[in-house]
Design a protein around this ligand. Structure first.
Ligand SMILES: *Cc1c(COP(=O)(O)O)cnc(C)c1O
Length: 814
């Protein structure tokens, strides 16, 4: 889009304060992921949970000059305001105008499952046929859809948008701003059925999207859907697909055959399919129907389907050599994905950064316009160095303002040795497939093993939000990132949590807090076990100690005095309530009150720790601990004359004793997706997977032995695989010899023989189609972390913290 402030106000009946002539090309609604400042307006959206207006300040700090808001805040200078009655309705009005004034062919996808996959597939098949715009990620809601529609530019010929609803009567608003010519209804499932009284009501709501469509493509296996659409839309062109033979499009052959034959009306189209689960096949049928409808030839359809990539658009962040962070994103390269990568980059606080960027394949605009837009985006990020690869992009070198180097191919860049000299930076690798910039990644990454611990940051956020949903909105949350964040990497996790506004971080020792501060973490940090030689460091790095005894109180106070700290230093008082580890006991409270009165310290919080919140049989004991805490903390508060925060719940405390949340809770294992309660476990997402690949497969003759000390002997010709992970990586030796299993191609394979230092052997007789180089799951889904901990006869906490530092940690976001 491209409008002046004046246009926008006229379209939406809004009021302007400031410069009417500024040009707006972008609207950002999340102040944290603004990737471009120029021509971007920030919209403050107020929701039930959150006021977007709180973030105006940070948007202004980022350099935004135009704010769209329901209220005017005159304290911000040199800002142009578009004052609206209701921000969401404003967006919808603008999007309606915008989409009605563009003349592209549009596809609207709705349904319960498969919307995002189908959208990405259609896009992958069509982006090089027509200039195409699509919803970013799964932006499909009351706010996501208008933001997606506003991305339509003059050059676009095709638009693919997801439309999602979760409540009755939502579709009308969405259809009002977007009337797709081709309507596509995927599978109707039970995903959102909760808010609807019946499946019929849900279907009726969804198909409102097709009111003005010319063609409706839908899964005809659902008889109710078929009936409803035929009743309402008999005058439109209707095409059904599915597994039943009475559909217009269906799978003809037996699913076991090598090739799949799809019957499309009178025609047959045959092609190889690798994945044959029902959901994939059903999506493939919908895809074929859309492509046929757009007049793509059969040969071309087969070619395009063969080239489809798994939709796992993900960015990975890896620790690099020379203290760099490498962000690798070589999935695909178009303007959209460049924007997403720049957003991701902005979440890191490293002050210096470099970019490796290849030719961009984008038919949406001519190359001059395209690279002008790209260079503008890139220039705003203020990279220290930019490395351009490719015959096309290098012709536009003059547009890039940073220190810019050009290369014809990736090999030339590698040979130049420029990138391997970079130190202490964040390096974004963004390249189209054909340039193979993953070679550069191999060169730059610190640990080069096939064995990795993969941490899914989105899953962690989901788990945090799940726990938050159980709490009052005002309850604060401390994330425990002690012991390297349970082995996952304390900086990476803390950086991510800080970005998502966690209130406090908790570490065990001062050193752990210092490391976080040195890398730029500014969130308050509590040190749970402040050792006496570390008090000066604690003060120097603005960490907050747990004070659990008079000895610690006196010594810490002395250190604070010596440091010349004039303000009251924040401390956290730990009460002993039954764990018998650390803390002040009931009979010490009067002395504690007296001592605190004489000291220049500020009690920031009073807390305790539950010993058995995860043990249902110890409920009575836990309630007693909670009662002791309530009594003793109240007594302290009455007598020190002010009201510090209180907190006692850990992860299973949050789920089992929610009503004792006080002012804050301390989450640990729960944020990683583990709960001892099966019902809670179902709501969480596993965030850690430990993986490797098969190094070698051997057929071992009957009666031969495998591994050290000949502890395993075959009793028939046996297929044995060797994997490059051993007890030095943190796999306990006691799970060898048929105690533990690992997952290969979704099958459990038993560990045979003794586990070696760096390797172990597994029996893969039962695993179908197994070959060298195949992925092996040590834990994630099959076996799960819990099952793996079971083999090891320990708890998930110990498994995670035992994984050796030599195992590469990869952080992904999907
Ligand atoms: C580790 C720790 C937690 C978190 O415990 P989880 O069981 O992982 O949720 C909470 N409070 C304190 C004091 C801790 O040491």
């Amino acid at each position: 889009m491209k409008y002046t402030v004046n246009d926008i106000a006229a379209i939406t009946n809004a009021e302007i304060i400031g410069d009417k002539d500024l040009i707006i090309k972008n609207i950002a609604f999340d102040s944290r992921i603004i990737y471009a400042i120029k021509n971007t307006a920030f919209i403050a959206i107020n929701t039930k949970k959150n006021s977007g207006e709180k973030f105006i300040e940070s948007a202004v700090d980022r350099g935004i000059k135009v704010i769209i808001s329901e209220h005017h805040y005159p304290q911000f200078e040199n800002i142009t305001w578009i004052i609206v009655e209701n921000a969401v309705q404003f967006l919808q009005k603008l999007a309606k105008y915008h989409s009605e004034h563009s003349d592209l062919k549009s596809i609207g996808i709705t349904g319960s499952n498969g919307k995002t996959i189908l959208k990405e597939w259609i896009y992958q098949c069509l982006w090089n046929e027509f200039p195409t715009v699509k919803s970013p990620k799964s932006f499909n809601s009351q706010i996501g859809l208008p933001l997606s529609l506003l991305q339509i530019n003059k050059c676009h010929k095709l638009g693919i948008f997801e439309v999602g609803i979760s409540m009755p009567n939502e579709m009308e608003t969405l259809e009002n701003m977007f009337h797709p010519q081709i309507g596509l209804l995927t599978h109707i499932g039970t995903a959102h059925a909760a808010n609807f009284s019946s499946e019929e009501e849900l279907i009726n709501e969804k198909i409102k999207l097709f009111k003005d469509s010319e063609v409706i493509i839908y899964n005809g296996d659902n008889l109710l859907v078929d009936k409803k659409i035929k009743e309402l839309y008999s005058s439109k062109k209707l095409i059904t697909y599915g597994f039943q033979k009475n559909n217009d499009v269906f799978v003809k052959t037996n699913v076991k055959d090598e090739n799949i034959v799809v019957k499309y009306f009178e025609e047959e189209i045959s092609f190889p399919v690798h994945q044959r689960d029902e959901a994939t096949l059903s999506n493939a049928l919908a895809l074929i129907t859309v492509l046929k409808e757009l007049n793509i030839s059969n040969e071309s359809i087969i070619e395009k389907i063969n080239a489809l990539k798994a939709v796992e658009m993900r960015l990975e962040a890896i620790e690099g050599i020379k203290n760099n962070i490498i962000i690798n994103d070589s999935f695909n390269l178009d303007l959209d994905s460049l924007k997403t990568a720049l957003q991701f980059l902005n979440e890191y606080k490293k002050s210096k950064k470099s970019l490796v960027l290849t030719d961009i394949f984008d038919v949406n605009s001519n190359s001059k316009e395209l690279y002008e837009e790209v260079s503008e985006l890139v220039n705003e990020q203020k990279f220290d160095s930019v490395f351009l690869i490719g015959e096309e992009i290098t012709q536009f070198r003059e547009l890039f303002k940073s220190n810019t180097f050009t290369f014809i191919n990736t090999k030339e860049l590698i040979d130049s040795k420029h990138v391997t000299e970079i130190e202490n930076q964040i390096i974004l690798l963004k390249g189209a497939r054909k340039f193979e910039i993953e070679k550069l990644k191999d060169l730059l990454e610190l640990r080069k093993h096939d064995t990795v611990l993969e941490i899914n940051l989105n899953a962690i956020l989901h788990n945090i939000n799940y726990h938050k949903s159980l709490l009052k909105p005002s309850t604060k949350m401390m994330a425990m990132v002690k012991a390297n964040a349970y082995g996952l990497g304390s900086y990476e996790i803390s950086e991510f949590l800080q970005h998502h506004h966690i209130d406090y971080l908790g570490v065990a020792f001062a050193d752990e807090g210092v490391e976080l501060r040195k890398k730029g973490i500014t969130t308050p940090i509590v040190v749970m076990n402040p050792e006496q030689h570390s008090y000066d460091t604690i003060i120097q790095y603005n960490l907050e100690p747990e004070i659990y005894s008079f000895r610690v109180l006196e010594l810490f106070y002395e250190a604070a005095q010596k440091s010349g700290h004039t303000k009251e230093y924040p401390i956290h008082i730990k009460l002993e309530t039954g764990m018998h580890r650390l803390g002040f006991k009931e009979n010490e409270l009067d002395d504690l009150i007296q001592t605190l009165h004489h000291k220049n310290l500020r009690v920031q919080s009073i807390f305790s720790h539950l010993s058995s919140s995860d043990v249902p049989e110890e409920r009575e004991f836990t309630l007693k601990q909670l009662e002791t805490f309530s009594k003793n903390s109240s007594y302290l508060i009455e007598n020190i004359g002010y009201q510090p925060m209180r907190h006692i719940l850990n992860s299973s405390g949050i789920t089992n004793y929610t009503e004792h949340q006080y002012d804050m809770v301390r989450i640990g294992i729960g944020m990683l997706g583990e709960s001892p309660t099966p019902e809670i476990q179902k709501q969480l997402r596993s965030s850690v997977s430990f993986k490797t690949v098969i190094s070698q497969i051997s057929m071992v003759e009957n009666g031969e032995s495998v591994g050290y000390s000949r502890k395993y002997k075959t009793n028939h010709l046996t297929k044995i695989a060797t994997i490059p992970v051993g007890y030095a990586d943190g796999i306990p030796r006691l799970i060898g010899n048929l105690v533990g299993n690992v997952g290969v191609n979704k099958t459990l394979a038993p560990i045979v023989g003794n586990i070696c230092m760096d390797m172990m052997m597994i029996n893969v007789d039962e695993v179908q189609n197994v070959k060298e180089g195949d992925k092996v799951t040590i834990f994630n889904a099959k076996p799960s972390l819990k099952e793996f901990a079971g083999y090891c006869k320990t708890i998930t906490y110990e498994v995670l913290t035992s994984i050796s530092p030599r195992v590469k940690r990869i952080y992904i976001k999907d």
